[in-house]
Ligand binder design. Sequence first.
Ligand SMILES: [Zn+2]
Length: 172
Amino acid sequence: MSHDSTTSLQPTRHLDPAQHELGDLILIGMTAVGRGVFATRKLAAGLVLGEIHGEILDDHPEDSSYVMELPSSKLLEPAPPFRFVNHSCDPNCELFYWFDEDSDAQEDRLWVQTIRPIKPGEELSIDYSWPADAAIPCRCGTESCRGWIVDPAERHLLPDPAIPDRTPATAP
Ligand SMILES: [Zn+2]
């Protein structure tokens, strides 16, 4: 199971070294599905929040639900705080990596940036886009929820019943 949601999108803002301290931008809190990461203040779209640090692995660990795939296909076991960024089918953040023009290669590091303005107190989310064989039912609750935490391109491989019933309650 791995993330496959990296894009080659270049961030529109460069990381301000002063911003490297994430303490005043985000915090870890509790959600209905465990820990999550929340904005402590208004965040602009296209803001680089920081690099995802963690342990580099060659093989999938037993519990791989947090593992992210690096551009080299090695795996990253992310450390907090970004370890706790939950999935959404309509996310407000995304992972990206830098393209190193000197070596003409992708850096083997993952970063997180916002993709739309985020309100104070709003939970940060990314689209995990897991392969169908690793998918689990999704409870993100967004309008565009795919019913599963799965790569949109592999959604058709999964059955429909996992989609939550959104039929409005009928009036008596
Ligand atoms: Zn969803």
